[in-house]
Ligand binder design. Structure first.
Ligand SMILES: NC(=O)C1=CN([C@@H]2O[C@H](COP(=O)(O)OP(=O)(O)OC[C@H]3O[C@@H](n4cnc5c(N)ncnc54)[C@H](OP(=O)(O)O)[C@@H]3O)[C@@H](O)[C@H]2O)C=CC1
Ligand SMILES: O=C(O)[C@@H]1CCC=N1
Length: 264
């Protein structure tokens, strides 16, 4: 298989690194285009084919991943529409539906996925919208393999992709904000910033492992940390006073709304 990326940004880089590190494809099977040359340099150093011509990628690749922002779809899809006929095209963008993408790219096999940046460290979480009629099974399996090379893949009905963005696509930013706030507070309490960052990150990693491996719910695990009259309960009173669950719920609702707006 030859895999192409249009747009040499964060997500293309994360997916491509995963595919290379996971040994799924070799550099000579990969093509990347970007409108500005400078972004291509890091890819060229890996031995990947690079070009500023999106049509070249569309012509060379069997499967093309659209690694551009949703605002660029209107410009890029008409450019590549003829070249991708009969091939696979994967959108990783919020908003645009499979039905809309099929209208823009007639005769090609359109798919949708929602990955996240932890792909960069082989710990990605990617949702792939269920295969729709005209997509060959082997092509769909190839897309699954691309994302499985750097994490876990969930196949979901397309109408759940917005929910996935709220819980996995965008959520690395929620955790990074939480870590940043903890590091700042840790510093104010006298810890060295590097030490505070490492402590917060290790605790996040360990807590995530417990959630995945203990068989216990998040609520149960939180209760295990709380001693009666102790420090954790004192800390969590601030979560309650500031409506923590309400804030998270509202953040996820806003995320879904924005995805819906981007598709209009
Ligand atoms: N970042 C994330 O965590 C996630 C992002 N996504 C989705 O992935 C997609 C890419 O996002 P992300 O990687 O973050 O974005 P980036 O801004 O990092 O990358 C987009 C790239 O597209 C290039 N580009 C813009 N216009 C063109 C064009 N006309 N032709 C060729 N290249 C072009 C830009 O080049 P230049 O800078 O030179 O203009 C840039 O390198 C988006 O649809 C986003 O919604 C999905 C899940 C998670
Ligand atoms: O913020 C965004 O729109 C993209 C989609 C999911 C993560 N980043």
């Amino acid at each position: 298989m030859k895999l192409g990326f249009i747009g040499a940004g964060n997500m293309s880089g994360a997916i491509l690194d995963g595919v290379l590190k996971g040994g799924l494809l070799q550099a000579e099977q990969l093509w990347v285009s970007n409108r500005h040359q400078d972004k291509l340099e890091r890819f060229a150093r890996l031995g990947v084919h690079t070009t500023t011509d999106n049509c070249r990628v569309a012509r060379e690749a069997d499967l093309v991943i659209l690694g551009i922002k949703p605002q660029m779809f209107g410009e890029v899809l008409p450019q590549i529409a003829d070249e991708v006929k009969g091939k696979g095209v994967l959108s990783i963008s919020p908003g645009y539906s499979l039905a809309w993408l099929r209208e823009q790219l007639p005769g090609c096999h359109v798919m949708r996925a929602m990955p996240n940046t932890p792909l960069l460290v082989g710990k990605g979480c990617t949702a792939l919208a269920q295969k729709s009629g005209d997509v060959p099974e082997d092509l769909f399996e190839e897309v699954k393999a691309v994302f499985s090379s750097a994490g876990e893949v969930f196949v979901v009905p397309e109408d759940l992709i917005d929910a996935v963005i709220a819980i996995a696509g965008s959520s690395p930013a929620y955790f990074f904000r939480m870590a940043d706030a903890m590091v700042q507070a840790g510093q104010a309490l006298g810890l060295e910033p590097e030490q505070a960052l490492r402590m917060a990150a290790l605790t996040m990693e360990g807590s995530a492992r417990m959630l995945l491996e203990s068989g216990k719910t998040a609520g149960e695990l939180a209760r295990q940390v709380c001693s009666p009259g102790g420090t954790t309960l004192a800390a969590l009173t601030a979560f309650d006073d500031h409506h923590f669950e309400g804030m998270v719920n509202e953040a996820m609702e806003r995320c879904v709304r924005r995805s819906q707006e981007l598709g209009k």
